[in-house]
Design a protein around this ligand. Structure first.
Ligand code: 6PG
Length: 275
């Protein structure tokens, strides 16, 4: 069973990248040291904008990121070409891969020749994910995910039938409430059973009510201690899964970390608790 999640509250939004990039770097180094490879899934939305400091964090630590060992997949993708402004891969390329030089052959996008058929894109991408994960013992080392004010994560939306998916690792949808409507997404079977570490990241007061609902306790008190530009909370969750897709993500093997800014936390603390 996994342990309680960690919640890091960055004092300002612009302190989020440092917390996030340090956490990613630590997991990358551990994975490469243990298994010789690092497999990571990344989301879109505001997340790519938080990743630009990653290379600088390795410099600061005096560590070689060993980018030849990295394999990057998409936690979700919109069914558009990678040249389109809606493409998550495009956002990641502009914000992250322009600086962090992961070999292009180890950054895995969707098969654009299948774009007219979202189900075919998902099936093809599932094969890609499975072969990538063989490089890290059949498990994804890390998924870095955003969460929406409606509680969605990846392209798993509240009350959507994909929340009941039990076998596919990658699924398609053509009715995403957040445009564009046609997308592919990782599912709970891979996130909860085949992922070693998950980091959620989000900023702003619109994220407060989701945070309030995902965690049973959010009190700072004796459970928090100071870290640079932030505070670490040891939060607890209820045994029952919170109703939001982001609250239903709980990797079985190891770590779950949430990183938010003070605006999200303040809004969470003043939102009514469901417990
Ligand atoms: C997408 C994203 C999505 C995102 C959340 C949060 O393709 O739309 O991958 O899952 O992470 O919507 O986005 P924000 O951080 O921008 O609110």
């Amino acid at each position: 069973m996994s342990s309680d999640p960690r919640l890091i509250v960055a004092f300002q939004k612009d302190a989020i990248p440092a917390h996030l990039c340090h956490a990613i770097a630590d997991i990358a180094m551990e994975a490469i040291g243990s298994r010789g490879a690092f497999t990571i899934a990344l989301s879109g939305g505001s997340l790519p904008g938080f990743l630009a400091e990653l290379e600088g964090v390795f410099d600061e630590k005096g560590q070689d990121p060993k980018l030849d060992c990295w394999h990057v997949v998409l936690a979700d993708e919109r069914c558009v070409p990678s040249s389109d402004d809606d493409s998550n891969l495009k956002a990641l390329s502009e914000n992250l891969f322009s600086v962090l030089k992961v070999p292009a052959s180890q950054i895995y996008g969707i098969n654009e020749s299948l774009l007219g058929d979202a189900a075919a894109v998902a099936k093809d991408y599932e094969e890609t994910i499975k072969s990538v994960l063989e490089k890290s013992g059949g498990q994804l080392d890390l998924a870095v995910l955003g969460f929406g004010p409606d509680g969605h994560t990846c392209s798993l939306f509240p009350d959507h039938e994909l929340l009941k998916e039990e076998t596919k690792w990658v699924a398609s949808l053509t009715d995403s409430p957040k445009p564009p409507s046609s997308r592919i997404t990782l599912t709970f079977p891979v996130l909860n059973q085949n992922t070693r570490n998950i980091i959620f990241c989000g900023a702003g007061e619109s994220k407060g009510p989701v945070l309030r609902t995902v965690f049973k306790s959010l009190d700072k008190a004796t459970d928090a201690y100071d870290i640079p530009n932030g505070a670490l909370y040891k939060v607890t969750r209820d045994d029952e899964m919170p109703p939001y897709p982001s609250g239903m993500v709980m990797p079985q093997e190891r770590g779950l970390t949430w990183i938010v800014d003070a605006d999200a936390m303040t809004a969470a603390q003043s939102a009514p608790s469901p417990y």
